[in-house]
Design a protein around this ligand. Sequence first.
Ligand SMILES: [Zn+2]
Length: 430
Amino acid sequence: MALMLKNARLIDPQIGLDDVADILIRDGKIVEVGTNLSMEKGVERDLAGKIVTPGLVDMHVHFRDPGQEQKEDIASGSRAAAHGGFTAVCTMPNTDPVVDDAVAVEYVKARAAAVGKCRVIPSGACSKNLKGEVLADMGDMYAHGAPVFTDDGHGIQDAGMMRRVMDYARQFDTAIMVHCQDDSLVADGQVNEGVASTRLGMVGWPAEGEELEIARDIALCRLTGCPLHIQHITTKRGLDLVAAAKAEGLPVTCEVTPHHMFLTEDAITAEYQTSLKVNPPLRTAEDAAALVEGLKNGVIDAIVTDHAPHTDWEKDREFELAPFGMTGLETSLGLVLTHLVRAGVIDYGRMVEAMAVAPRAILRQEPVKIEAGSTADLTVIDPEAAWTVEVEDFCSKANNSGFIGAELVGRATDVYVGGWATMEDGAIVE
Ligand SMILES: [Zn+2]
């Protein structure tokens, strides 16, 4: 079936495209891009006033499936992804059971094929059961479709073990993605160590607990040659380490979340909002400003959400007892459009690089470009849509967003995956 997207502003920095034009799609592929295109029969959408970009990819989400489907599952998580404008996500392996073998990879792929509203790319664990002790079956998982590996949720504590992980992974075209956390420093840390931990009277999670592992893993990247991706980076000094590694020519990339850019430790008040309890923690205003600058200047490669859904009852507890994490899939694009693009900090092209181009490259996926021959994974954005973040609007099962009530401008209205609409005019296509 043919599909024609007419009159939208097409933005694709990979090919220097920023023009109002039409896109003709057939059999899941873009067949022509140009002005005044016509077709004999098919579906035509007039997207005047809208922006079309290569489909957005969130390379860091938790769908809790298998094992904790009360929080989220592949059906609800992928609906939330489509609702947020994403055409693909990479799921983290810290499910129950852990995705540390090929059977678990096949489960995620099969569920996504059956009920998914976006492409679901499973990452595999580096170590068995995320214990950091025994290598997981990375080769087998890779052969079954896990393109990247991570023990997200944990740092691999032993440097020798991390070296073995990277030596092993070096055999495939992959990247090791790391959640940098030195447990001997972080222990039961709840909030950023410093002003926030003192003011709130809680155990601190020091920046150094993250920075030490970033430095160590960059050293191991140099030693092994294995591509390294630093997950959810949060500190200014951590960014300096990544910038130096890149300047040296090491294969190091990193990602940032909207909550670490747009919220700081100052947001946590005497109300002890558990929705703001995240790992790594919200840092200082100076760190947040450095993250925005890092995104702008390219030290940061990708924007991710670390979408971490929890049930209300789990978050409705004392701060120390509540689990870490906030949701993000349905607010990420609006936050980035409002606080970065409309604010003039970055342009649409840079946004597309960080939310579509770089994630695909790091995940070893085929590029998607707005040109003939490319897979038709596309995101349609209404840049003028003003809206308020409300829990009633979420497709996710979870409500633990740190941005409830935020007034945003700009959101996705339509999403196409392989030429098929997963969202049309803001509604998920059933
Ligand atoms: Zn993590």
